[in-house]
Design a protein around this ligand. Structure first.
Ligand code: NAD
Ligand code: DAU
Length: 361
């Protein structure tokens, strides 16, 4: 193992991955080898503050490249792999599911194969230290009715979108590598994240940017679908807690105890924009809300029962939704250069593909 306990992070140029890398280097301080293939969602500008920091080693490559991953593991001898890399957007999985199967299933399989081969070469002491932490989602559990109890770690899997199904498949592979090969794995299933560096195809950053520019705010269906929102840095602290103290082979649900209907999230963003970026030309942002055709197979409600991680590891979110969403709106307002960089031609193309058919109702 490396003398200073490095870790290998996959997908560390994406939204949660880059927040994880930044907070890891700030809070823990050991070296991060960051393997990312820089899809449309990967952005090295997220990590600009580390450009002179030797603790961050960026490697441009694919998790499905087993040989590359094997080489990185042998060269750096990390004490853990923290696996974020994925295709992550439900709407894109509906338009083009193939990429989700490729990265989330085949890519995770290749990563597990490389990790297993590396693990078997370690000394007994190094094996004791090693961890493979798989970052997954609450969407594997399917959907809830308004009065159903929240998802717990024993809720049966019932994924409904190609994205959720591909993540469920990856969770099952990770589980199998623990039971069959004794690879020391941990899995986390988290609810919806929001915060700095989120790619503006997802609800919260999309609404902030459209609202800022006075564009329509496309709310799917009746706007009453419910998500359990968690500030991204709280997700990162939960992952660190599971990595350090989680029981091998276990899964931990992570959530913000912050269930909100989409329409309430959108009106909150409108009010914050009116307060922090008032515009006489645009007027009240709530007037921009446009109900549009629903997402096919749209899950009605997600909610996380996070008692296990609280009781076993003492983890709780630090941020409340009200403070986290204010910080997030303020971050997007203060980081217009970052915004301009991500809204490339490929982004515009996606916006046209996804919203052209969703005529206002
Ligand atoms: P993201 O789409 O913002 O980032 C994904 C990153 O993975 C990008 O940097 C991309 O370039 C990289 N990547 C994609 N395919 C790759 C490949 N084949 N090889 C190497 N790198 C590759 O995603 P996110 O929102 O940051 O989510 C990160 C992880 O957390 C995912 O596994 C996702 O399923 C999970 N998750 C996300 C949320 C959420 O609300 N965003 C909630 C729970 C769990
Ligand atoms: O629950 C965890 C999951 O949360 C993660 O695993 C996914 O990677 C992440 O993308 C997120 O999935 P959602 O589908 O819940 O997130 P999204 O931001 O795409 O949508 C949130 C809700 O807002 C959902 O009910 C759909 C709705 N929505 C979304 C968009 C983009 C709209 O009403 N209008 C929109 O334009």
């Amino acid at each position: 193992m490396s003398r200073e306990d490095s870790i290998l992070v996959t997908g560390g140029a994406g939204f949660i991955g880059s927040n994880f890398v930044l907070t890891w280097i700030r809070e823990v301080g050991s070296t991060v080898i960051n393997l990312d293939s820089l899809t449309y969602a990967g952005n090295l500008n997220n990590l600009q503050s580390l450009s002179e920091n030797s603790k961050h080693i960026f490697v441009h490559g694919d998790i499905a490249d087993e040989e590359l991953v094997g080489r990185l593991l042998r060269e750096h001898k990390p004490r853990a792999i923290v696996h974020f890399a994925a295709e992550s957007h439900v709407d894109r999985s509906i338009v083009g599911p193939g990429a989700f199967v490729q990265t989330n299933v085949i890519g995770t399989f290749a990563l597990l194969q490389a990790a297993k081969a590396y693990y078997l070469e370690l000394s007994a002491e190094e094996q004791q230290q090693f961890r493979f932490l798989h970052v997954s989602t609450d969407e594997v559990y399917g959907t809830l009715e308004p009065n159903d109890p929240a998802f717990s770690e024993t809720t049966p899997y019932a994924p409904n979108s190609p994205y959720a199904a591909s993540k469920a498949a990856s969770d099952h592979l990770v589980r199998a590598y623990f039971h069959t090969y004794k690879l020391p794995v941990l899995t986390t299933n988290c609810s919806n994240n929001y915060g700095p560096y989120q790619f503006p195809e997802k609800l919260i950053p999309l609404m902030i940017l459209n609202g800022l520019e006075g564009k329509p705010l496309p709310v799917y269906g009746d706007g009453k679908n419910v998500r359990d929102w968690l500030f991204v840095e709280d997700h990162c602290s939960a992952i660190r807690a599971v990595l350090e103290h989680g029981r091998l082979g276990e899964t931990y649900n992570i959530g913000g105890s912050s269930e909100k209907a989409n329409i309430d999230v959108v009106t909150t963003i409108c009010d914050l924009l009116d307060e922090l970026a008032p515009s006489t030309e645009i007027g009240s942002r709530q007037k921009l809300i446009a109900y549009v055709n629903d997402r096919p197979g749209h899950d009605r409600r997600y909610a996380i029962d996070a008692r296990k991680i609280k009781q076993e590891l003492g983890w709780e979110p630090a941020e409340r939704f009200e403070s986290g969403i204010r910080k997030t709106v303020a971050w997007f307002l203060a980081n217009q250069e970052w915004v301009e960089n991500v809204r490339s031609g490929a982004y515009q193309q996606w916006i046209e593909t996804n919203y052209a058919e969703r005529v206002a109702r």
